[in-house]
Design a protein around this ligand. Structure first.
Ligand code: FAD
Length: 462
């Protein structure tokens, strides 16, 4: 019985790592091109964040609270796991723990409100943290206008260099005798009488398999369409995100420094990748089709923000690379994880912004399900064939949309003139999003704000 794993990002590799450790005699085939175009895992910072991802309202929304509690389970896993992977691979995996959460006044009140929500959550869960003086953060040297108004240090939230992490996993798995890597793309999942029988490849011979874990990130829907299985699942989109890798020499930050999430994205961060390199992130837009190159506005905003809000000396940093990754983002924005009505087919995608962090827990669950058919982990919220989950009321969604859109405008240089303009703009967005709700018949539920264009242009039909 071969287990086919479709996708060689963090979810695929961690699943292969966990399955092959628990069952060293079961053949596991990891399918995915070595080039890993659009691989979200490689574009990630990659931060191990639970609390820093909290926004105003997260913990009072019962679904988002469950999602947070799920994410939080991985926190305690990473320190030991990184040590284990370093030891097993004999490779350097640059990473660390201790994140400075800062807020500054370059955007608007949403930043303060999200910062306060994180502080309240740290207190509620008894998570260690302490006030910090922003001026004392090593290699944090923003411009006067971009300086932080407050900072807290959260010792258990960390980061890792994702290139090092995936390389170490590749190396460990390639030495496991039951794991093979297939440098090809899956073309179709082959089924017969409602059961998985194999995986057709784009170039090579089909792989015969009775079980398949499909974890090919944002390309999930394309594969399901080719397999004739797309009617079973909600659509997964490309959350196109860019990060910039800088060589900063002695000015590289030593800890992760980040803001709370900002409007329509994850805020600004600087995460060390080596002793002299940092990655600055991240942009985000949702697309029905893949985009391989970063847009100029994303790169411009990242570099400008790095110099103004992290370290003014980065004007002389060298731009080593712009990473582009596709966050797998489902139509209702929740992950799709678990078994399906097709016997032998398991799905793990839609992790959006925190899949790298959550991968140890997801991999354990997939291992339980594929080897034993049961797990102590309750994953009903993420059942792959669920109807779209409605996270927000219509009023909540409209308010959120207005707040996030205006905050996003500030991130891109908006300065309102004196007068009524800002209130007029708010009213415009309120009217526009209300009209979209009317148009699609969303009476008692709200459109997830990231998905505005997907509903507007008919990529999601309610
Ligand atoms: C800019 C950015 C920043 C992020 N920051 C963070 C962060 O700080 N912390 C965090 O936890 N998460 C972060 N994320 C989210 C995180 O990266 C994802 O949730 C996670 O990496 C998803 O992993 P995956 O393995 O499902 O998908 P991916 O990493 O996208 O991997 C999927 C792989 O499947 C391959 N593939 C595609 N189609 C096929 C096919 N047909 N056959 C075979 N292989 C195929 C692809 O080439 C790719 O290599 C970030 C994402 C982005 C884009």
């Amino acid at each position: 019985m071969t287990i086919g794993i479709v996708g060689n990002g963090i979810i695929g590799l961690m699943a292969a790592y966990a399955i092959s450790a628990r069952q060293p005699n079961v053949p596991v085939a990891v399918i995915g091109r070595k080039s890993r175009v659009g691989c979200a895992s490689l574009a990630a910072a990659a931060m191990f964040n639970s609390f820093c991802e909290i926004e105003v309202g997260t913990l009072s929304n019962s679904i988002e609270r469950q999602r947070f509690l799920f994410n939080k389970q991985s926190n305690s896993r990473w320190p030991g796991l990184l040590e284990q992977l370093r030891s097993e691979s004999s490779q350097l995996i640059h990473g660390g723990f201790g994140t400075f959460l800062i807020k500054n006044a370059t955007t608007d009140w949403l930043e303060d409100n999200n910062f306060d929500a994180i502080c309240a959550a740290l207190a509620e869960f008894g998570e260690p943290h302490q006030e910090a003086s922003a001026a004392d953060i090593a290699h944090y040297k923003p411009s006067a206008a971009g300086r932080a108004t407050r900072a807290i240090f959260i010792p258990n939230e960390g980061w890792v260099n994702p290139v090092h992490l995936l390389s170490a996993l590749d190396s460990i798995l390639s030495r496991r005798k039951n794991v093979t890597f297939i440098d090809d793309h899956a073309h179709r999942i082959l089924t017969s009488s409602g059961k998985v029988t194999g995986i057709a490849l784009e170039q090579g011979d089909p792989v015969s398999a009775e079980q398949a874990i499909v974890c090919n990130g944002a390309e999930f829907t394309a594969l399901m369409q080719r397999s004739g299985l797309d009617a079973l699942f909600q659509r997964v989109f490309y959350g196109v995100g860019a990060t910039a890798l800088l060589e900063c020499g002695e000015h590289a930050t030593k800890n992760c420094i980040r803001t709370p999430n900002r409007g329509l994205a994850c805020g600004l961060y600087s995460a060390p990748q080596t002793a002299t390199e940092v990655v600055i992130g991240a942009s985000n837009f949702i697309s029905p089709v893949p985009e391989k190159e970063a847009r100029l506005t994303s790169v411009f905003t990242l570099l400008k923000s790095a110099m103004e809000q992290i370290n003014a000396d980065y004007y002389r940093a060298r731009l080593l690379r712009v990473n582009v990754g596709w966050r797998p983002t489902s139509s209702d924005t929740l992950p799709l994880i678990g078994p399906t009505s097709v016997a032998g087919l398991l799905i793990a995608t839609g992790t959006r912004r925190d899949g790298l962090h959550c991968s140890p827990v997801i991999a354990d669950y997939l291992t339980d399900m594929i080897l034993a058919g049961t797990s102590a982990q309750d994953m009903r919220l993420y059942a792959p064939e669920r109807p779209l989950t409605r996270l927000y009321s219509r009023e909540e969604a409209i308010e959120k949309y207005v707040t996030h859109t205006i905050n996003a405008m500030y991130q891109h240089g908006f300065t309102p003139p004196q007068g009524r303009t800002l209130e007029d703009i708010r009213q415009h967005y309120r009217n526009e999003f209300s009209a979209l709700h009317e148009q699609i018949g969303a009476k008692d539920w709200g459109i997830p704000i990231d998905m505005r264009d997907m509903y507007k242009y008919g990529h999601i039909t309610p």
